[in-house]
Write a protein that binds this ligand. Structure first.
Ligand code: ZN
Length: 180
């Protein structure tokens, strides 16, 4: 290898080594516009549940730590609501059976039946309202609607899975959030 080739190879490596740091300084959060420390590339993924599995739609974006945390909090709230619904699907009817066997009074039964229904409906409605507000705050109302259309999801309910990840999962396709 000639001296020139060695030199250009060394320069290329030095440029590549410096590139991420220099690039990171100018990253700007696509959700809130912040360029605070820790702002980095991330992946917002969305999926509606199908009969068999899910098909994720990935959007590449740049995200500050605060927006990333807000997205992760919403993801955890959905998982908590889903876990509650599964647990209540067992506990709710069991509670009703216990009350019917112990008391049998129509008023007690009706009250517990109403509580069982509320136990199913309340988390769904509360999560939907929370998710709609937070996603509109993160994305803006117009981009929120465009993103949902693009990902093929009707709304931010408990059946609409989404997540924030540090990077696009391996072997999955992605599109830039800027194009949405
Ligand atoms: Zn942000």
């Amino acid at each position: 290898m000639s001296a020139d080739a060695l030199f250009s190879d060394a320069v290329a490596r030095a440029v590549l080594a410096d590139a991420p740091a220099a690039h990171a300084e100018h990253l700007c959060c696509r959700f809130c516009g912040s360029d605070a420390a820790g702002t980095r590339e991330c992946c917002l993924r969305v999926a509606e549940r199908h009969a068999v599995g899910r098909t994720w739609t990935n959007f590449r974006a740049v995200c500050c730590r605060r927006c990333y945390r807000r997205g992760v909090t919403l993801e955890r709230a959905r998982l908590a609501a889903t876990a509650w619904l599964w647990a209540w699907a067992v506990a709710g009817p069991a509670l009703l059976v216990i009350v019917v066997q112990a008391s049998g009074a129509p008023l007690d039964t009706a009250a517990v039946a109403a509580a069982v229904v509320v136990g199913f409906v309340a988390p769904v409605l509360l999560y939907r309202a929370f998710a709609a507000r937070r996603m509109a705050a993160l994305l803006g109302t117009d981009r929120d609607a465009r993103l949902r259309r693009r990902a093929g999801v009707t709304g931010w309910g408990v059946t609409t899975a989404f997540g924030f990840r540090p990077a696009v999962p391996p072997r999955e396709m992605s599109a830039p959030l800027d194009g949405v």
